[in-house]
Design a protein around this ligand. Structure first.
Ligand code: HEM
Length: 236
C-alpha cells in the first residue's frame, strides 16, 4: 500500500507511513499525474486538493505542472516559478500578499476537492495548525485590516480623473464616478499624502463638508481655485 493514510473524521490529514520514511512532502511528490502516479494533487498553505479535473493546467505538459505534487504557496503570489521560488515558505510576504494567497485558497476550496492536510510547515503530524500557520494567519488579519482601511479611504476620498498631453500639460478633475466610486457629489481635487510619505495621489473631496476639506493630509493644487472641480497641473 502507499504511504498515504487518512485520519478519520471530518478534518482529514495527510499522514506519512507510521514512523517511517519518506516524509510527507515526498509522499505528495508522487501525486503529479504522471502515468502510474496515484493521482494529481497540489497543496496550498498545507491544504491538499485533488486537481485532476484541472489536468490541462497541472498535468504533465500543462502550463502549471510545476505546482503539482508539492506545496509551492509562495509562488502563487511571487510568480517566481523557478525551483527556488517554488517553496512553501511565505515568511517574507507582505500582509497584502498574504491576502492574495488566501484568495487563491478560496479559489481552490470553491473549484477543487479538498483531500487533506499536508504534514509539515503548516500542520503537525496530528493535523494541528503549527506556530508558523498561526503567524501567517496573524499576517492575514493585518492584511485584511489594511485592505478594509484602504477601501474605506477610497470611498471617503475617491481618486480623480487625470490626463496629460505634451501640448496642454496635466489636468486632474472630479466627476460623480471618478475613482470608480459612484456617488451623488462631484468633489474638488486635492493632493492626499500618506503620513510619513513625500508622494501623494489626487483625490476628490466633498466640498460641502468642511471637516473633510480640513484633513491635514490634504493639500490644494497650486494655482487652482479651492472650489474648482478641475485643476491644471503646474509643471515644476
Ligand atoms: C503570479 C502569477 C500567476 C499565477 C500564480 C498563476 C496561476 C494560475 C493557475 C493556478 C491557473 C489554473 C487555474 C485553474 O485551476 O483553473 C492559471 C490559469 C491561467 N493563467 Fe495564470 N497565473 C499567473 C499569471 C498569469 C499571467 C501573467 C497570465 C497571462 C499573461 C496568465 C494566464 C492564465 C490563463 C490564460 C489561464 C487559464 C488557462 C485556461 O483556462 O486554459 N497567468 N493561472
Amino acid at each position: 500500500m502507499s504511504g498515504v493514510r487518512w485520519r478519520s473524521g471530518l478534518d482529514r490529514v495527510l499522514l506519512s507511513a507510521l514512523g517511517a520514511s519518506p516524509p510527507p512532502p515526498d509522499e505528495l511528490r508522487r501525486y503529479r499525474g504522471e502515468p502510474g502516479s496515484p493521482g494529481l494533487y497540489l497543496s496550498l498553505l498545507g491544504h491538499v486538493f485533488d486537481v485532476s479535473k484541472g489536468q490541462k493546467h497541472y498535468g504533465p505538459g500543462g502550463g502549471y505542472h510545476f505546482f503539482a505534487g508539492r506545496d509551492a504557496s509562495r509562488a502563487f503570489v511571487s510568480g517566481d516559478f523557478t525551483e527556488t521560488g517554488l517553496t512553501d515558505d511565505v515568511s517574507d510576504l507582505s500582509p497584502a500578499e498574504v491576502v492574495t494567497l488566501y484568495d487563491w485558497l478560496a479559489f481552490y476550496q470553491r473549484d477543487y476537492k479538498p483531500v487533506g492536510r499536508l504534514v509539515g510547515r503548516y500542520y503537525s503530524d496530528t493535523g494541528q495548525p503549527t506556530e508558523y500557520l498561526r503567524h501567517v494567519e496573524a499576517t492575514l488579519a493585518e492584511g485584511l485590516k489594511l485592505k478594509a482601511q484602504a477601501e474605506a479611504e477610497s470611498k471617503l476620498f475617491p481618486s480623480c480623473n487625470s490626463e496629460w498631453s505634451a501640448s496642454a500639460g496635466g489636468r486632474v478633475w472630479c466627476s460623480t464616478q471618478s475613482g470608480g466610486v459612484h456617488r451623488n457629489w462631484v468633489g474638488v481635487p486635492r493632493m492626499l499624502f500618506s503620513p510619513g510619505s513625500a508622494s501623494s495621489r489626487c483625490v476628490c473631496v466633498q466640498s460641502s463638508d468642511p471637516l473633510k476639506l480640513d484633513n491635514p493630509n490634504l493639500r490644494e493644487y497650486e494655482g487652482c481655485p479651492p472650489l474648482a472641480e478641475s485643476c491644471t497641473i503646474q509643471s515644476s
